[in-house]
Unconditional design. Structure first.
Length: 246
């Protein structure tokens, strides 16, 4: 399997560097609220909520914030009602883009996304136009330092992982969404600390861009990522390592 896209790497670097903790918290609170609304407020019986709570704790979100988000989802507290929508489109060079949105205003969301595409060399597509390229997978990224290949391979495969690949200074572990929690837990119990772990959309092919096209694609993804309604953003964009911002 090909490695995780360069945009995924850049996005995680940006998340750490940009100090946008307020935006991170907002997205996590939305996810917790929707997960609780759909599957109930007990994380033991609601895998989506359980995953959202773990992600919130990883960002050091206060327990009271998590509790209130769950209570808004279950109706114990008043709150906005969010709609889940997925948009698909194309960036410069035909790069495939998927935007998952949680919004309280569908018209605002689609207007802002269409504007972002049109101003940055892309276009919003029809539903299904690029989705077939992507498969939902669990991805767990572990630094190679201190992680012996034979040992980590045995651990993750025994726990149900689909694949392990070497990407620079990291191991990338791929799972089905169903096996994600078991594999992540096996990795942490073995003493390895994932740099990040998430259920994401992994493309079957990548579109490599260079020079000005790569820069234009970066701008488009950054604009889409910064929209208030954007919850998750995926693409099959790839570029030379030398162009990835430090």
């Amino acid at each position: 399997m090909s490695g995780h896209s360069k945009w995924a790497t850049i996005k995680h670097k940006k998340g750490a560097a940009d100090a946008k903790r307020g935006k991170v918290f907002t997205r996590l609170i939305k996810e917790i609220t929707v997960a609780a609304k759909q599957g109930g407020g007990d994380p033991d019986g609601n895998p989506r909520l359980r995953t959202a709570i773990l992600a919130a704790k990883a960002e050091n979100m206060p327990a009271d914030n998590i509790k209130r988000a769950i209570q808004r989802g279950t109706g114990e507290l008043e709150g906005l009602s969010y709609e889940e929508i997925t948009y698909e489109g194309y960036g410069p060079g035909g790069v495939a883009v998927i935007i998952e949105v949680l919004t309280d205003n569908r018209n605002r969301a689609v207007s802002e996304i269409r504007h972002a595409f049109s101003k940055n060399g892309g276009n919003l597509g029809e539903s299904g136009s690029v989705g077939y390229i992507f498969t939902k997978k669990g991805v767990i990224v572990v630094p190679k330092e201190g992680a012996d290949e034979d040992k980590i391979t045995e651990i993750v495969l025994d726990a149900g992982a689909d694949d392990l690949s070497e990407e620079g200074d990291h191991w990338e572990i791929y799972t089905t969404p169903k096996d994600f929690e078991a594999v992540r837990d096996a990795v942490t119990k073995a003493g390895f600390k994932p740099e990040h772990a998430e259920i994401t959309m992994v493309p079957s092919t990548y579109q490599k861009l260079e020079g000005s096209q790569a820069n234009a694609m970066m701008r488009l993804l950054e604009v889409l990522e910064d929209l208030d309604d954007t919850q998750n953003l995926y693409s099959n964009f790839d570029m030379d390592e030398s162009q990835v911002p430090a």
